[in-house]
Design a binder for this molecule. Sequence first.
Ligand code: SAM
Length: 275
Amino acid sequence: MELWYTEKQTDNFGITAKITETLITEKTDFQDLAIIDTVEFGRMLVLDGMVMTTVKDEFVYHEMVAHPALFTHPNPKHVLIVGGGDGGVVREVLKHKSVEKAVLVDIDGKVIEYSKKFLPSIAGELDNPRVEVIVNDGYMHIHDHKNSYDVIMVDSTEPVGPAVELFTKGFYQGIYDALKEDGIFVAQTDNPWFKADLIQSVNRDVREIFPIVRVYCANIPTYPSGLWTFTMGSKQADPLAVDETAIPELDTKYYSPRLHKAAFVLPKFVEELCK
Ligand code: SAM
């Protein structure tokens, strides 16, 4: 008998993956958690029925959350990741030797625990001495840490459950206040096919707070529609003003110095959402 995992990405459309094993399913204090082995994309973390990350395509998202902002900031030392309990963004942040401390704040300790146990290739750096892992609401953390961080990355679930507040103007204002004077923030801001309204509202809110706002895209096959956006707000440095010839080649598989600016070239229907 074949077993398939299906994610309904809208009420009328979804993706489905043949699975070989269910490693764990648990209702945590915050969400339904599952880790499954799929034939096409390998091991997969699922939260509240939504694909969070897979061993096969995780590098795209985690590299594209981390490197554009870290190569735009002149000297990133203190980095905050809100969410990101699977550890993939932390792994990419630590590739930047200037980073002295990466603080990860995820509301659900079970995501961290099970990612370490079942997803070692993604979560392997969570115990790095340069990493501080805090189990807390990211919304609370940023309001308690003003003027503290060079770069803040929001690697949260979609705006459901505990992540709803992470897509509000009040949260972005809190991020602005938690950043130092030349700080940069980046958030995953979903897809333009099914969540155009979200991209528009986030862009509008962030533009009212940050002087420089840029949106970029990446292709993530296991995320809804496959076309994913990221919104960057910066107090001083512009990612499009970076000299990409000065960006070093890192051990990456998606991000590159050549892709740094190209990622900000948007399809016209996405540009329309960011005006
Ligand atoms: N890459 C995924 C995506 O784009 O949907 C996100 C992966 S990461 C596992 C998402 C994390 O956000 C989860 O571990 C979840 O517990 C965390 N999260 C949700 N709401 C949060 C909040 N208010 N504060 C901190 N972490 C939160």
